[in-house]
Design a protein around this ligand. Structure first.
Ligand code: IMP
Length: 188
């Protein structure tokens, strides 16, 4: 992609300060809910990477406020892809299915954004085949306007409008993932 055709993420939708404040709140909620348990944080590659890193540190930070409340965190990752064809509007496929450690654990899926809900629905179906103790979902962003599949999201960072969003892990053609804030993509 040449610099001339690359759309510019001009308008900041959620600032770095707002993101970090909300992620600290989510960390506190998660420590409250999983106190003294082992929890597998399951990152969905690649979009959740920055959120995953900050959320895991927010969980640690929340524990420091009260050292009797410990959550034993384990990191695991899956990678999914969606593709379009003529017969189906969109289908999801697992590229990397995570380790055997997912079996019979408390799992918290860490997602960047829930849009149609198809990716999350597919992932939950897959995880249930591993016989986990519980499966919950923490999504940084929820875009309910495009939902096709009803999904439950247990922890939501922010609701976002029906627009293409980039930054803080989210990409447009693999660009903009390293922005420290969430922006609206502006087409030129
Ligand atoms: P789904 O439509 O809920 O299955 O969303 C699947 C994936 O599409 C998300 O995990 C994101 O990686 C990507 N996605 C959906 N909406 C956006 C957006 O506005 N910007 C960037 N990526 C998006």
């Amino acid at each position: 992609m040449s610099a001339a055709t690359k759309p510019l993420p001009k308008s900041v939708l959620i600032s770095e300060v707002c993101l970090q404040k909300r992620i600290r709140e989510l960390g506190t909620q998660i420590v409250d809910d999983y106190e003294n348990q082992e929890l597998v944080l399951l990152g969905v590659l690649r979009g959740s990477v920055l959120f995953f890193a900050d959320l895991s540190r927010a969980i640690f930070g929340a524990q420091l406020k009260n050292i009797t409340r410990e959550v034993h965190i384990r990191f695991e990752f899956v990678q999914l892809t969606s593709y379009h064809n003529n017969t189906q509007p969109s289908a999801v496929e697992l590229i990397h299915s995570g380790s055997d450690y997912l079996k019979r654990r408390h799992i918290l899926i860490v997602e960047d954004i829930v849009d149609t809900g198809q990716t999350l629905d597919f992932l939950r179906e897959y995880l249930w085949t591993l016989n986990p103790k519980t499966v919950k979902v923490c999504a940084l962003l929820n875009k309910p306007s495009k939902r096709r599949v009803p999904v439950t999201i247990d922890y939501i960072g922010f609701e976002v409008p029906d627009a293409f969003i980039v930054g803080y892990g989210l990409d447009y053609a693999q660009q903009y993932r390293n922005l420290p804030y969430i922006a609206l993509l502006e087409s030129t």
